[in-house]
Design a protein around this ligand. Structure first.
Ligand code: SF4
Length: 333
């Protein structure tokens, strides 16, 4: 008797995936700074939340620090894609550091919104994750006007000065659906709650979440390549599970794959967070091929064409400026 055919094993690869325009700009900025000005280039905080990217840049001469106080006077320091509070810029200036700002322009947009609404005496409800670098930076723009909202449960307890002057903003890398749930809860409390002029959750976060939902509908297992401290990558795993994927895991690279996850799995969905380089996805594809998943298809849910120009400081001779400062010229941090 003929055996029934064994169903083919395959991988569905999400597109778009991986590096967004803000991450690409920040990583390229460190590489260009090293080329132009030589090592070391100090970088405050991980330039993007990916272990592999950080290690690769360290090998090229970048030194990652958590505070500007760790940077020797007269050095060049770059601010990461997540942005910094004005206090950090002021500290750098006081210490005579030369700065390069690799803050993603979409994070800068949220900072500007915060400043504008604070000037107009709004109370700002910032939806985001406590302790995340981006939230610390945005909150620092108007600490007296901003209250952090972690989720719908916080909506019940938050107090504002004037219920007719309240606006919500958000971290750029949240789950779109969960954020709208929080906004709904806030609107129940404050019917006059103002929304920002355009979405704060960035195009790349939204596109990667749309893609992972599509994978969840077609695959028994979804693998997201990204680091554990990458907010947008962690959200992608959550979104996959909420969208009905029977299983979803975050892996740093191919070594993170556990072959037991693949028992009974015919179709694996594969995608990557906005800070994960494509070489890591290639490694996962090779590992999956070894495990019998050689047929690879693509699920495209958006086209991305956005690019950002490099930080303007990279067009100047920063080393010459820094040595001018040590001779008494005014600094530009
Ligand atoms: Fe910018 Fe969005 Fe990328 Fe963050 S995830 S760096 S906000 S483009």
């Amino acid at each position: 008797m003929n055996q029934p055919p064994v169903p083919a094993r395959r991988v569905l690869l999400a597109a778009p995936r991986g590096f967004c325009a803000g991450v690409d700009r920040a990583v390229t900025a460190v590489e260009k700074a090293l080329e132009q000005f030589g090592a070391p280039i100090y970088v405050r905080h991980e330039i993007v939340h990916n272990k592999y990217v950080v290690r690769t840049l360290q090998d090229k001469g970048a030194i990652f620090v958590e505070a500007t106080a760790e940077v020797p006077a007269g050095s060049i320091v770059m601010f990461s894609a997540h942005g910094v509070a004005p206090r950090v810029r002021a500290e750098a200036a006081e210490r005579g550091l030369t700065t390069i700002d690799a803050t993603c322009p979409l994070v800068t947009k949220v900072h500007k919104e915060a400043v504008r609404y604070a000037e107009e005496e709004y109370d700002i409800l910032l939806i985001g994750h406590e302790g995340h670098e981006e939230v610390i930076g945005t909150s620092g723009e108007a600490p007296d006007h901003i209250t952090l909202i972690g989720g719908p449960e916080d909506a019940a307890n938050v107090t504002v000065r004037d219920e007719s002057k309240v606006v919500w903003l958000s971290q750029t890398t949240l789950s779109v659906d969960e954020t709208m749930g929080t906004v709904d809860a806030l609107k129940t409390r404050f019917p006059l709650l103002l929304s920002p002029p355009s979405d704060d959750i960035c195009y790349a976060t939204q596109n990667r979440q749309t893609g992972v939902k599509e994978l969840a509908a077609q695959c028994e297992l979804v693998i997201v390549v990204g680091s554990l401290n990458s907010s947008n990558s962690v959200r992608m795993v959550e979104v996959a599970l909420q969208a009905g994927a029977p299983a979803a895991y975050l892996v740093d690279n191919a070594d993170g794959i556990d072959a037991t996850w693949l028992r009974e799995v015919r179709t694996v969905g594969l995608t990557s967070g906005a800070s994960a380089p494509e070489s890591l996805v290639d490694g996962v594809l090779e590992r999956l091929a070894e495990l019998g998943y050689r047929d690879v298809g693509t699920v495209r849910t958006a086209d991305e064409t956005i690019t950002f120009s490099l930080p303007h400081e990279l067009r100047r001779d920063l080393r010459a400026e820094a040595s001018g400062r040590t001779r008494g010229a005014p600094h530009t941090a």
